[in-house]
Design a protein around this ligand. Structure first.
Ligand code: 5GP
Length: 194
């Protein structure tokens, strides 16, 4: 997706050979126009999948997920990372090891918002080792819903999450795939359907 790739090239900051910072348009400040286009692209790619619900994880998955939900006309649910006083009963939970925080935490969704009738599109901002996406997929399975696929804004193709998820049979659609962050440079996988 050209608009996204141009934005990553102009505003992405390489923090290390494995971590990219995109705080100016996705992870802190949010670019609504870009997110609108991101949502439209996810909707185009999954338009024939019969999506009834979108599932993401707080907080950075919410903006692209809401825009995808807008275009697919489907409600958006986000998994909570922290225990909430208002979210106590009938939870579906999964454990997720966080790539950026280097700790395992429980994520949860109320059973009320996922059912056997749902066909779910999972969306997240980044794909590194696939743990967040697997945790979300685990929640969908526990709720008895179907999984139509996984939409990722930025996949780091040099980490193993993409391969892991595709080998498990998930349809993974990434809007930008980064090949390398070595030497402070961002290079893209031009063979991928960006
Ligand atoms: P995974 O679970 O695939 O290992 O990592 C994905 C999660 O970690 C995403 O939800 C995202 O929040 C975070 N993450 C992984 N790599 C990066 C990165 O390079 N930059 C940023 N900003 N977040 C990342």
């Amino acid at each position: 997706m050209d608009m996204l790739i141009e934005k990553i090239k102009s505003e992405g900051i390489v923090l290390s050979p494995t971590v990219l910072k995109v705080d100016s348009f996705l992870n802190h400040q949010i670019d609504p126009q870009l997110m609108h286009e991101v949502g439209k692209e996810f909707a185009d790619r999954f338009s024939r999948s019969g999506i009834t619900k979108i599932l993401t994880i707080e907080s950075s998955g919410i903006a692209p997920a809401v825009m995808a939900g807008l275009h697919l006309n489907a409600p958006v649910v986000f998994a909570r990372k922290r225990k909430s006083l208002t979210l106590v009963n009938d939870l579906v939970t999964a454990s997720v090891y966080s790539f950026t925080k280097e700790e395992t935490s429980e994520i949860s969704v109320s059973k009320k918002y996922l059912s056997e009738k749902d066909n779910v599109l999972i969306i997240d901002d980044f794909l590194a080792n696939g743990q967040a996406a697997l945790g979300l997929a685990d929640i969908v399975k526990k709720a008895g819903s179907g999984i139509a696929g996984i939409g990722i804004v930025i996949e780091k193709g040099f980490q193993n999450g993409g391969q892991l998820l595709r080998e498990k049979g998930f349809r993974v659609e990434s809007l930008a795939i980064i090949d390398s962050l070595e030497n402070g440079m961002i290079s893209f996988d031009n063979t991928a359907k960006n």
